[in-house]
Each structure stands twice: as structure tokens, then as C-alpha cells.
Design a protein around this ligand. Sequence first.
Ligand code: G1P
Length: 293
Amino acid sequence: MIKKAVIPAAGYGTRFLPATKALAKEMFPIIDTPTIQYIVEEAIASGIEEILIIVSANKNAIMDHFDRNLELEGILKEKNKTEELNIVTRVSNLANIHYIRQKEQLGLGHAVLCAKAFIGNEPFALLLGDDLYVGNEKPVLRQLIDKYDQYGGSFLGTLEVDLQDTSKYGICKPESVLEPGLSLLSSVVEKPKPEVAPSRSAIGGRYVLSPTIFKYLENQERGAGGEIQLTDAIKRMMTEEKVFSYDVDGKRYDIGSRIGYIEATLDFGLKRDDVRPQVIELLNKKLKELDQK
Ligand code: G1P
């Protein structure tokens, strides 16, 4: 049973400067909802009960977002803004959310290690805040948890990427295919150049990990980009325990990139009944304007 999840949200967000200078990128809204709220909701919809968010200085807005805001609630009540009041109170009742500060940004592996005491000795889910998913049929994390329930071990949610993009991801080396989309891995490499990439199967920001990972993170040396990489610790863990990749069924948005963010905004706008007609109208208008140029 996977009941705990970790969401690292301590990075600098350098791909999104200057906005990230004072604002946590996890708080950037898609339409009207911060990206981290979608991720928390994915975790809850996947059966998670306790969530640890790893934060750093400058990320207080995340804690405020999931906290109650009694002043705002009072004003909304006074003005009979029931719908808005429900939106605000729902967010603060979403889940049991805990926080810990990563004091130095030494890499994803180091951030995950900060969760050791919270996780203890049980397998857990890891959701990266940059990767926003819309799962087909089931939430993407639930898909991984279902496979974990069947096979045990650790699971990396994967997607196939273009060869020229392998240097942006952790890339898997499959050893054998157990069922369509599910492979036992013999290695993983963080951000390999296309010439040396073992496959095009990339880690997409969703994991189910065995607590054994902490043993390896504790003495993990710096890797790609001079950072303590989670991927390197997962690779070392493979000598002791099984690690699988599973091609998740859903659409992924890389919210940490400008174009991924724009695509998410458009797609979510097109999906939501309340704004869809205006978004379509706007898109048609913009396309016509471009045609006339
Ligand atoms: C991290 C991981 C990488 C993974 C990626 C998915 O990299 O280190 O293995 O493929 O997330 O988004 P980052 O994007 O934080 O550099």
C-alpha cells in the first residue's frame, strides 16, 4: 500500500526567470489553479493520504496556498460569495500536507533524501512538480501504484522521447519486457547525449520507490550538472532490488519550460467547460490575425 508521497518543490526554476526570482514556479497558475495543486490532486486521486512537500527559501506561498486564510474566508462569507468560499476552503482541506526545507539546492537526489525521516521504511510515491499529467482513464501515479501492487520493487514512469532530447532526461536501459510497456531495467543514465543513450525511454517525473533508495542517496556522489542525482542512486539500487519502467498512459506537460507551460494553459482552457468557448474564439481570432500578416 502506497500511502505517502513526496513532491520536491525546492528548485530555483532558472528556466523561468525572471518570474521565478521571487515566485515559486510551482505556484504558476494554469488558468486559475497553481500547478502544484494539480499535482497534489493527482496524488490524492491515486490513493495517497500523506504528502510531504520539499520547499526552500522563497517558497512560502506554497504553504500559504494549502493553509487556511481566515481573513479571506471571513470576507467571502460576509459578501455571500459562496462559490469562491468553497473553492478556497476546499484547497485547505485537500490532504494532510507536511513540509520540510531543503537548506541547500544540491540536486534532486539530495531533495528526496530530505524525505527520509518522513517516509521511514515504506515504499513511497514521488511526483516532480515540473511534470504535469492528464492521465487517460486513471491518474498516472495510480497506474504506477497498480503495477507496483502487482510486481513490487520500484517503478519509474516513462515516456518515449526523440533521440535529440535524451540529454534532458533520465534514460532507462531495459533488460527484458515483462508486458507491453513494462520492462525490468538493468541501468539508468541521467541526461545522456543521444550518441550514448541506452534507449529513448525517459523518466517522466513519476516514481514509486523502495525506501532502500535512501541508503544509496546518503552517500551518492555528484553526477550530471554537478548535482546529487536521484537517477544515479536508482542505478546503484538496481544491484540489490528490482527496478521497472512503465510507459504511463497520459499527456505530459513540462511546466518548467515556457512552451510546455503555454501548451498546458491552452489545453486546460480547451478542456474546461467554463472557458472553452472563449478560448476557441480567441484561438480562431489569433489564427486569422496571423493569416492576414
Ligand atoms: C529530473 C530527473 C530526470 C527526469 C526529469 C523529468 O530532471 O533528474 O531523470 O527525467 O526530472 O522531468 P530535471 O528536469 O529536474 O533536470
